[in-house]
Design a protein around this ligand. Structure first.
Ligand code: GDP
Length: 445
């Protein structure tokens, strides 16, 4: 769904070459493209500017981890900054108050406010076992109150009986009274929307808020809102004390840019996302997932995280030095295998790296899986120090001993010896490219 954005970023980062610290020119070149990509993802312009400034400062001069490319490292930095800006954690709805906890829903007409009201009511009823009531305060749109009543029937959630001719503040008062009398835990107030922000709407919303003193005031925004998201967010947050945002239509082809804009302008967490017309199409907002969605780079990000956790720079350096001298004995092979296991095994690595897709298919075809990694480790463990340094010593008799010691067969031992030979032969390639990229090349990726 977000292919063009992901492709664009992929393209930029391929251009970043060289290792060591990220230099200013490279970072600025990459950020120019990130800027365009974010604008294309419909992040509002002022928000894009702030974001780029922050990330540029952070990225310049950062050391590149030994086992990833500078491009992958930049993606990680951009991703982390996105997650941070989107809010680091899942933010749940706050009902901690004397019941009924009042949730006021605000937003423009057509944003999905009424639908979202019913979705939240259903979720609180079914998942939190709360006794929930809904009331529509929308006296402008014909049949708005009936729409909520219908949704209430569909979801088995109580709605406040409709009394024709009542004004929003009166309805709110009546709803609160009814909720108290009938011991409801939660009362959801669905306020009126307008096609555009106007003063009458804002006055009405403020009056209802003053009357109801809601625990939560959630702004519902269509994720397709785009550049206008900033205006909508600013207008609403100036008039009432928002506590959170709900982004609807995240199931559509919106790129999620509105999430970043809303968060930046309101300073409030995004609590839910709507992902369809059905009543259970409501999800908690996970900043990391949305950042991945905006960037389309989730796999690379987790690869860099794992590399940082597991590959000690010193080990990699030592290995690289030995390789550059053409030395690659069984101990080196063992180190490589152990690193691969730590990073999640062959399949995970293969799935993450574009170049390793082919290699994965080849490995699967030859029956090679993560168990094989464990066997190989055991085989090398059964060799003597001399044999590991000089595999040529392994004659038939020694092979039998190693197979016995590792609980494998002579065939397995032969396979490992063959693999070692091939890898040692491919070391020239690795020297040229370094680290994991070399590993991919080694497997024919
Ligand atoms: P309101 O005017 O803000 O109360 O908007 P409604 O709740 O009446 O929603 C307008 C339309 O958007 C309805 O057809 C809903 O089914 C649809 N809608 C609301 N939320 C979502 C969503 O998350 N995804 C999709 N695909 N449609 C939604």
């Amino acid at each position: 769904m977000f292919d063009s954005l992901s492709d664009r970023l992929g393209g930029i980062f391929d251009r970043l070459k060289g290792r060591g610290a990220l230099n200013e020119d490279d970072v600025r070149a990459a950020m120019r493209e990130v800027r365009i990509a974010l604008l294309e993802a419909d992040v509002a312009l002022p928000v894009v500017r702030g974001f780029i400034d922050k990330v540029t400062d952070k990225a310049i001069g950062q050391e590149v981890l030994k086992s990833v490319t500078p491009g992958q490292q930049v993606i990680k930095i951009v991703n982390d900054a996105l997650v941070e800006m989107l809010g680091s954690d899942v933010s749940e709805i706050d009902l901690a108050t004397t019941p009924p906890a009042i949730i006021m829903m605000v937003g423009l007409q057509g944003s999905g406010k009424t639908t979202t009201t019913a979705k939240i009511a259903k979720m609180l009823t079914e998942k939190e076992r709360k006794k929930v009531m809904m009331a529509s305060l929308d006296v402008n749109r014909p049949a708005a109150q009936e729409q909520l009543a219908t949704l209430g029937e569909q979801t088995s959630v109580a709605t406040l009986p409709i009394i024709a001719g009542q004004q929003p503040v009166e309805i709110a008062k009546r709803a609160i009274q009814a909720a108290k009398l009938q011991a409801f835990d939660v009362l959801l107030l669905d306020t009126a929307g307008r096609l555009h922000v106007d003063q009458q709407l804002m006055d009405e919303m403020r009056a209802v808020s003053a009357e109801a003193q809601p625990k939560e005031t959630l702004l519902v925004v269509d994720s397709l809102t785009g550049q206008d998201a900033v205006n909508v967010a600013q207008n609403f947050s100036e008039q009432v004390d928002l506590t959170g945002v709900v982004l609807t239509r995240m199931d559509g082809d919106a790129r999620g840019g509105a999430a970043l804009s809303m968060r930046a302008v309101t300073g409030r967490p995004i609590k839910f996302v709507g992902t369809g017309e059905k009543m259970d199409a409501l999800e908690l907002f996970h900043p990391d997932r949305v950042a991945n969605r905006i960037l389309g780079m989730g796999d690379v990000v987790s690869l860099v995280e794992r590399a940082a956790e597991t590959v000690k720079a010193e080990d990699a350096e030592k290995l690289a030095e030995r390789m550059s001298k053409g030395q690659f004995d069984m101990n080196d092979l063992r180190t490589q295998l152990q690193q691969m296991t730590k990073m999640g095994g062959l399949g995970v690595l293969a799935g993450m790296m574009p170049g390793m897709k082919k290699a994965k298919a080849a490995m699967e075809a030859s029956g090679m899986d993560d168990k094989v990694l464990v066997h190989m480790d055991a085989i090398i463990g059964s060799m003597t120090i001399e044999e590991r340094a000089k595999p040529a010593l392994l004659n038939a008799k020694r092979k039998r001993r190693v197979a016995m010691g590792s609980g494998t067969t002579v065939q397995d031992v032969n396979k490992l010896i063959k693999m070692h030979k091939e890898m040692a032969g491919a070391m020239k390639k690795i020297r040229k490219m370094g680290g994991l990229k070399g590993l991919a090349a080694m497997f024919g990726g």
